[in-house]
Write a protein that binds this ligand. Structure first.
Ligand code: SAM
Ligand code: SF4
Length: 332
């Protein structure tokens, strides 16, 4: 099968798959409290997700990330993860990983390791239990802490992802760094993105990471690292702790030229760019044919339309998100 290469000569080797739009949290920047979730028939079955991911692997994808919503609240999710683990065994896939809020990790850390998962990204914004409750609305701090402890015990590598929220957690950035590095984990700060109407004022939450970096330089000696992942993260080392700090600034264009990734929602909609609305329906070819031919064809055709870059902007006059879908649809 021909490998996936887009019109700008970028090889597509990284697929993020949202396995559910549901979540046990209601983070203020991600979801409204009264979210309406998709009817079951619209969501791909675990078998369909396996077929879809496996088709991408045959087309040259080397890294798969499961996300959501919260991937670990999907019923029977370990069946899918175990199935996908076969591509690690065969050498067709380099990495199978997840982005999770850690609420279910106490239960799943060991089974994940057994399936071949080596690392997970854990979204975690504050060490203050009251703030944690305010940010996640429905999250249980003690459960997340138990999940992180289970990950450590199982030997699962953790990277902490923290959304930088002005006036909410910017005063604890150093505490979060010291904590994460003390545990032996990298920590990455993410600039809040204008996605989906969540009923909050984005401009109030927005904290440019250049400002955060300036703040951190008062405390740490930061050395730029060359590590690039093809994504929007830049890394530095804090000499005082020896740990890595990442900065993800999706509102800037500076990473698009090396973009190696595409995203699929839990309904089988392929988004070629996180910041653009253009998409392709992969559910129809999945459901209308047992043969993977039409599916592969649809994937190729869509990659042929992958845009050069994105159009993110927080519209200051309209206060409307530039991209209407919620982050829980494409999973970040
Ligand atoms: N539930 C999982 C979790 O929280 O890790 C996976 C899905 S979540 C949508 C993926 C990532 O998107 C999380 O790190 C979350 O913090 C981030 N995210 C959600 N909404 C965002 C927004 N508006 N701006 C920036 N990051 C956002
Ligand atoms: Fe759920 Fe993750 Fe969104 Fe929070 S960021 S509401 S944990 S999907």
């Amino acid at each position: 099968m021909t490998q996936l290469v887009d019109p700008f000569d970028r090889a597509i080797t990284y697929l993020r798959v949202s396995v559910t739009d549901r979540c046990d949290f209601r983070c203020v920047y991600c979801m409204a409290e009264d979210m309406t979730f998709l009817p079951k028939r619209e969501v791909l079955s675990l078998e369909e997700l396996d077929r879809l991911c496996s088709a991408f692997v045959r087309l040259g994808v080397r890294k798969l990330r499961l996300t959501g919503g919260e991937p670990l609240v999907r019923r029977n999710i370990m069946w899918l993860i175990d199935r996908l683990g076969r591509h690690l065994g065969s050498g067709d896939l380099d990495e199978l990983t997840l982005t999770t809020n850690a609420s279910q990790l106490a239960k799943y850390a060991q089974p994940l390791v057994d399936a071949g998962v080596k690392r997970v990204n854990v979204s975690f914004d504050t060490l203050d239990p009251d703030k944690f409750a305010a940010i996640t609305r429905w999250g249980r701090y003690d459960k997340v802490m138990a999940g992180l402890a289970a990950a450590k015990k199982a030997g699962l590598h953790v990277k902490i992802n923290t959304v930088a929220l002005r006036g909410v957690n910017d005063d604890e950035a150093e505490r979060l760094i010291d904590w994460a590095h003390g545990e032996g984990w990298d920590i990455t700060f993410i600039e809040v993105m204008p996605m989906g109407d969540v009923g909050a004022d984005r401009l109030d939450q927005y904290l440019p990471l250049s400002m955060l970096r300036g703040q951190l330089q008062q405390r740490y000696t930061l050395t730029d690292l060359p590590d690039r992942t093809g994504g929007p993260a830049r890394y530095v080392r804090a000499e005082e702790t020896g740990g890595r700090i990442g900065f993800i600034t999706p509102l800037t264009h500076n990473f698009c030229e090396s973009c190696n990734r595409v995203r699929v929602t839990c309904t089988g909609t392929l988004y070629m760019c996180l910041g653009q609305e253009d998409s392709a329906d992969l559910r129809t070819p999945l459901r209308t044919s047992d043969d993977d031919g039409p599916l592969m064809e649809s994937i190729h055709e869509a990659i042929g339309r992958k845009p050069r870059g994105h159009d993110f902007v927080i519209d200051r006059r309209q206060q409307k998100p530039a991209v209407g879908r919620h982050m829980s649809v494409t999973g970040g």
